[in-house]
Design a protein around this ligand. Structure first.
Ligand code: MRU
Length: 351
């Protein structure tokens, strides 16, 4: 049993993670042979993107179950809780770990043995990644319908932020999956990929994916969004999500909230695309989402060269929360939330 996607490949005895910090200049795989290798890969953003973080956590648990003799479920629970601390904002991490714990607990309680637990999780990883592939296509088709309702047959100019493609998911992509699908059916005129400071997911990763798919695009700096929209160059914006709460407030890469405000000012539809594993219906509002703070050196330095004056400090929140009122629709495999409000969220997502 193996998984074999661009950002993650391997089996219960060892995985390899594409080092996304090095892209696009180098395509290097780092070995992931232990739970801690997976933990560090998530924390240091060797792998990143909400769904992929969740899948990498499962890989870590598989490696652990394959190499360690657990005595009881409490001990395994502790490992799961530790794994959840790798990054705080993307709820996919917590979701996949909770699902994994449940599956292992059911097996151990029913069979009275830890034998076969690594294989069980390996099968879960394979199934979950396959499912995301078809779910991403479901979301892309929902988005296609909505775009058709707004723009008819027009070939569209689309904008995106961060990286939400196969590098962030394994299979296909969420927001970038929509763009890729729209391009495949001949409905894309142009794509603007926002560079996404300071980790540069847009300039390094999204452009790399768009180049691979031959999708006509230009990279733009974050500050260009208002100019682009004011001059009518953007028909719709698509972003992904790290955590969407029960009223539709959405945590995503820092800059998303500003982009939604600019989009709304100029009347440009602003869409969120995310699988069910990115929803946290236990929270009432986006104010309750923990926003990850990253090291200030990510801003102060570029490729090891200090840009800021000696002694200058930086403030580096990795995410922000987009107000649900500024989101035109949320596309999930369970359906389209439109308009985005608590009631429609409940109807589509349940709970
Ligand atoms: O810090 P990152 O690169 O993990 O942040 C990624 C994002 O913000 C993505 O938009 C989000 O995880 C969705 S990926 C399908």
């Amino acid at each position: 049993m193996n998984v074999n996607y661009v950002p993650i490949r391997g089996n219960k005895t060892g995985f390899e993670f594409l080092d996304q910090r090095k892209l696009p200049l180098e395509e290097i795989y780092l070995p992931g042979n232990t739970l801690d290798d997976a933990f560090v890969a998530i924390k240091d953003m060797v792998v990143r993107g909400a769904p992929l973080i969740g899948f990498t956590a499962i890989a870590g648990l598989i490696l652990d179950l394959n190499s360690k003799q657990y005595k009881n479920l409490d001990e395994f629970k502790q490992t799961c809780e530790y794994m959840k601390t790798a990054r705080p904002t993307a709820v996919n991490l917590m979701y996949e770990i909770d699902m994994s714990y449940k599956a292992i607990a059911a097996h151990v309680i029913e069979k009275g043995t830890w034998e076969g637990t690594a294989d069980l999780l390996m099968q879960k990883l394979i199934d979950s990644m396959k499912k995301l592939e078809s779910d991403n296509m479901t979301m892309a088709k929902l988005a296609e319908k909505r775009l058709e309702a707004i723009y008819g047959d027009k070939k569209l100019n689309l904008m995106t932020l961060c990286n939400t493609g196969f590098l962030a998911c394994g299979p296909m992509g969420t927001a970038l999956g929509v763009i890729s699908h729209m391009n495949a059916i001949g409905k894309v005129n142009h794509v603007y990929a926002s560079e996404t400071r300071p980790y540069m997911q847009g300039i390094r990763l999204t452009s790399w994916e768009l180049m691979k798919e031959n999708i006509k695009h230009e990279i733009v700096v974050e500050g260009a969004a208002s100019h682009l929209m004011k001059s009518g160059k953007v028909d719709a914006v698509f972003i992904g999500a790290d955590r969407i709460v029960s009223n539709g407030d959405t945590a995503n890469k820092v800059g998303s909230s500003g982009l939604s405000i600019i989009s709304n000012h100029y009347g440009v539809p602003f869409f969120v695309v995310a699988p069910f594993s990115s929803f946290d219906m236990s929270l009432d509002s986006g104010n309750q989402i923990e926003i990850e703070m990253r090291p200030e050196d990510e801003i102060l330095f570029c490729k090891g060269v200090r840009l800021a004056p000696e002694g200058a400090r930086a403030f580096n929140p990795s995410f922000d929360v987009t107000d649900h009122k500024l989101v035109t629709s949320i596309f999930c495999e369970k359906g389209e939330v439109h308009p985005v409000n608590r009631e429609n969220m409940k109807t589509i997502l349940g709970e």
